[in-house]
Write a protein that binds this ligand. Structure first.
Ligand SMILES: NC(=O)c1ccc[n+]([C@@H]2O[C@H](COP(=O)([O-])OP(=O)(O)OC[C@H]3O[C@@H](n4cnc5c(N)ncnc54)[C@H](OP(=O)(O)O)[C@@H]3O)[C@@H](O)[C@H]2O)c1
Length: 370
């Protein structure tokens, strides 16, 4: 696979080694990791779809209501495009978006699907053989009824993406009502050839099992459940979701896997994140996080890895988990690739979990408990 990282001025790119694996180093700094175009793609649940072992999330692209300090501009559009290109070039080809990201309801926002569609088109113009696995999501809004609302919303998403089909279509959250119809709609989307695989998101264990059984009757596997999961947000380990995923052969897609930037170690009590994130990750919370972050840093040093890479590696080591960290820049995307191609030890996994248990988790997405 070709690697074009010229825009990332602080990184040096050595040639491919004998195993065909790239190692990218930040000058005078850490080993930014092994760009494992070789780490094999994994099957998503019981579907035939294969995705990269780690994905990338596109929520922040075009958004001005949660991310980006309430503004979106051309510089950000270019940075997001560079993040997309760097990600694909480094073998991270599974990209997660949603119809509500960069919502048209917010003035000045650009729909994330529209941006992603543009980036894919421009990339394919340069490299027609490039492979991406696109995942998007249906918003279960209260006024959407029936199975046809799912295929209809999907067709609108495809139109924004400029694609005839996507690899994965997910229900973004369970609806207040109409859930059986939505699951039927997912099945219809597969049968109409609009998607390769289907999944859900923010589904509790009970809802997950019901959705799985309903699709199974049509011979369609429920491929994934996308939930909030990180070292400091381990609800899926406690509420039966992870166990049910493992038992039923459903891949757990981990969103906010670096706790919205907090597990990178760059935010401190003196330098908390700005915008809505600042209300979740307060200086008090960040102060309590420091012992865990210090240990993550120490472990990373043993492997020549950054805290971000350790936090992602911890998730990958849980097995049956595909994390989808969000990247706003090429540098961030490239750093993710260094989470692949190695594993922290079982002792370190357990030690980090024990340390994380000392910290009260932040509030999650309320629908997870429905
Ligand atoms: N299904 C759902 O309900 C749901 C909910 C949430 C998210 N998601 C999906 O999951 C994806 C990821 O979750 P997320 O965006 O909430 O959180 P995340 O992946 O945990 O954090 C992403 C943020 O961390 C910072 N960051 C990323 N890489 C970094 C690096 N190498 N060094 C330092 N900072 C870095 C960036 O923000 P700054 O640079 O501004 O710090 C970035 O926007 C989303 O894009 C979306 O696709 C789904």
């Amino acid at each position: 696979m070709a690697v074009h990282l010229c825009s990332v001025s602080s990184l040096s790119i050595p040639p491919l080694n004998r195993t065909g694996i790239f190692t990218v180093r930040a000058l005078g700094s850490k080993d930014f990791g092994t760009l494992t175009s070789q780490e094999e793609k994994v099957k998503l649940g019981g579907s035939e779809l294969k995705v990269s072992r780690l994905g990338i999330g596109a929520w922040s692209w075009g958004d001005n209501s949660y991310w980006n300090d309430f503004g979106w501009n051309d510089v950000m559009t270019k940075a997001a495009k560079a993040a997309f290109n760097a990600s694909v070039d480094s073998g991270i080809t599974f990209i997660d978006t949603a119809e509500v990201y960069g919502s048209s309801l917010a003035l000045g926002a650009i729909n994330s699907e529209t941006l992603l569609g543009r980036y894919i088109k421009e990339k394919k113009a340069q490299d027609p053989g490039v492979e991406v696995e696109v995942a998007t999501k249906f918003a279960a809004l209260p006024w959407r009824f029936g199975r046809q609302s799912v295929t209809s919303a999907l067709k609108d998403s495809l139109s924004r993406l400029g694609l005839a089909s996507v690899e994965l279509y997910q229900l973004h959250w369970p609806g207040v009502w109409g859930n059986e119809g939505y699951i039927d709609g997912l099945g219809d989307a597969v049968e109409q050839g609009l998607v390769k695989a289907v999944g859900v998101s923010n589904y509790s264990e009970k809802r997950l099992r019901e959705a799985y059984e309903q699709l199974k009757k049509r011979g369609i596997p429920l491929a994934s459940n996308q939930v909030n999961y990180s070292l400091i947000y381990r609800l899926p380990e406690e509420n039966g979701v992870k166990t049910a995923c493992d038992e039923l052969g459903i891949t757990l897609i981990a969103y906010s896997p670096i706790a919205q930037g907090v597990l990178t170690g760059k935010y401190t009590p003196e330098n908390p994140p700005t915008g809505p994130r600042g209300r979740i990750y307060t200086p008090e919370f960040l102060a309590k996080l420091q012992p865990l972050l210090n240990r993550i840093r120490d472990i990373g040093q043993n492997y020549n890895k950054t805290p971000t890479q350790v936090a992602l590696n911890w998730l990958i080591a849980q097995e049956n988990v595909v994390p989808i960290p969000g990247a706003k820049t090429a540098e961030q995307a490239i750093e993710f690739a260094g989470a692949l191609g190695w594993r922290i030890s079982n002792e370190e996994i357990n030690e980090l979990r024990s340390l994380a248990k000392e910290i009260k988790p932040v509030v999650g997405f309320p629908v997870e408990k429905l």
